[in-house]
Design a protein around this ligand. Structure first.
Ligand SMILES: Nc1ncnc2c1ncn2[C@@H]1O[C@H](COP(=O)(O)OP(=O)(O)O)[C@@H](O)[C@H]1O
Ligand SMILES: Nc1ccn([C@H]2C[C@H](O)[C@@H](COP(=O)(O)OP(=O)(O)O)O2)c(=O)n1
Length: 219
């Protein structure tokens, strides 16, 4: 199984994290959440009091924070300069700011380089927006998860207290638009990717479908 890389892309709430972790567990692979790295960078920028509307300022400082990702699918971790930021990176402040930070080319260049280093010799499931297109175009299997906007919003609002499905759907639509209007569209599907619409599938059904694709691609 040496060198196996599974690239898992798709919009928020399509099931990337849960499916990636399930697939990694089933195959004994590592797991990398690249969205958590963009969130960690954003958390640090906010801590520094940087103006997120000033891309040059973000570009100038993005080399400073040490971001470390633990790749155990049963207990993934994320640290910035030694501090555990797993909780704070999910705050509404970070969620609202992350698209602006992720749009800065210097931020992407640094994080993509870190991601490629972690991917290294492989045996890993990597989730994000540009894994099959940019980070690991030679991945063994590329999956593009989708789900209806309503299903995605319903799943997210079930996780968060105090939000309505409608408010969640509007917030996600806003972020999807911001995320996909950059120069290189991070929500585009990679060549050779298999698209899976998860709207009416259970988590286990999606995991089984992905395991089927991986097997086909030469596990
Ligand atoms: N096929 C599915 N059916 C029902 N719920 C799902 C499905 N896939 C994921 N979920 C749930 O939806 C929520 C969002 O999934 P997550 O894996 O975090 O998506 P993403 O990483 O794409 O944002 C989680 O609570 C997860 O358990
Ligand atoms: N490879 C990636 C991963 C995430 N991003 C950006 C786009 C997203 O709005 C944020 C946060 O990603 P994350 O996967 O945590 O978001 P969701 O859990 O799907 O809501 O980071 C990116 O630009 N490229």
């Amino acid at each position: 199984m040496g060198g196996l890389v599974v690239a898992m892309d798709g919009p928020s709430g399509s099931g990337k994290s849960s499916v990636s972790r399930g697939v990694a567990r089933a195959l004994g692979l590592r797991y990398l959440d690249t969205g958590a790295m963009y969130r960690a960078m954003t958390w640090w920028m906010l801590q520094q009091g940087l103006d997120l509307a000033d891309p040059a300022a973000l570009a100038a400082r993005c080399g400073e924070p040490a971001i470390t990702s633990g790749t155990d699918p049963d207990a993934p971790t994320i640290h910035v300069d030694g501090s555990d930021v797993a909780g704070p990176i999910r705050s509404t402040e970070v969620t609202a700011a992350v698209s602006a930070v992720a749009a800065v080319p210097e931020v992407r260049a640094r994080l993509v380089a870190m991601q490629r280093e972690i991917i290294g010799a492989g045996d890993i499931v990597v989730e994000g927006r540009d894994i099959g297109t940019v980070v690991a175009p030679d991945a063994t299997a590329k999956i593009y998860l989708t789900a209806s906007a309503e299903a995605r919003a319903q799943r997210r609002s079930a996780e968060l207290a105090g939000t309505t499905v409608e408010a969640q759907q509007a917030a996600m639509a806003r972020r999807d638009t911001l995320d996909s209007t950059r120069k290189t569209d991070p929500l585009s599907m990679a060549d050779g990717a298999v698209e899976l619409d998860t709207t009416s599938l259970t988590l286990d059904e999606v995991i089984d479908a992905v395991l089927g694709v991986v097997k086909e691609r030469g596990l």
